[in-house]
Design a binder for this molecule. Structure first.
Ligand code: FES
Length: 199
């Protein structure tokens, strides 16, 4: 188990890779992982990642790497949380009940899709072809988004939109909500990504 640094330069590669697609991302990952130090290789291969979330301000997002994937931790504001139930009817699977696609652990099958409502933890890879959606946290009309946009994420590749819980809107190319990884709280300010709390 090791400490994960915040957004260090070489770990932004998936975000920068844009629409490489799921297959393309896999090919990119090989030289990237092989350039790691041994301890980093172990982490990229699947070791849990411990994250200090004490520095995330309301409305901010922290990106860390787990299993070679970007994991987003968003500290949602009270206003953002209040919007979540209001958009339920516009979403493809608001409670993450689908079994054919879903990668949502039981603990996240709710409106906020997280252990604690304030913090969203999702893998930042679109469920369509693996692009990295962009942050569109500001509500209201703007290019490529509806006039009543409530805040969320926009995948630039084929226009899939996700709300502030990573739930995909209806009739979009992406078949499912963003993946919620297994995780648990070690303390109020420390997350362990890659493991759920043992019963
Ligand atoms: S990869 Fe996201 S919409 Fe196609």
């Amino acid at each position: 188990m090791s400490e994960q640094k915040i957004d260090s330069g070489k770990r932004t590669w998936i975000i920068a890779s844009g629409c490489a697609g799921a297959l393309g991302a896999g090919f990119v990952a090989v030289p990237f992982v092989s350039s790691f130090e041994p301890s980093e290789r172990a982490r990229a291969a699947g070791a849990p990642v411990e994250v200090d979330i004490s520095g995330i301000k309301p409305g901010e997002k922290l990106t860390v790497e787990w299993r070679g994937k970007p994991v987003w931790i968003v500290r949602r504001t009270p206003e953002q949380l209040a919007e979540l139930p209001k958009v339920d009817k516009e979403l493809a699977d608001p409670m993450s009940k689908r079994d054919n696609f879903s990668t949502t652990p039981e603990f996240a099958r709710n409106d906020w899709r997280s252990l604690k409502p304030e913090y969203l933890v999702v893998v930042g890879i679109c469920s369509h072809l693996g692009c990295s959606p962009g942050d569109k946290f500001t509500p209201g009309a703007q290019p490529s988004l509806p006039d009543d946009w409530a805040g969320g994420f926009l995948c630039p590749c084929h226009g899939s939109t996700f709300d502030m819980a990573g739930r995909v809107y209806k009739d979009k190319p992406a078949p499912d909500n963003l993946e919620v990884p297994p995780y648990t709280y070690l303390t109020d300010s420390r997350l362990l990504i890659g493991e759920e709390k043992k019963a």
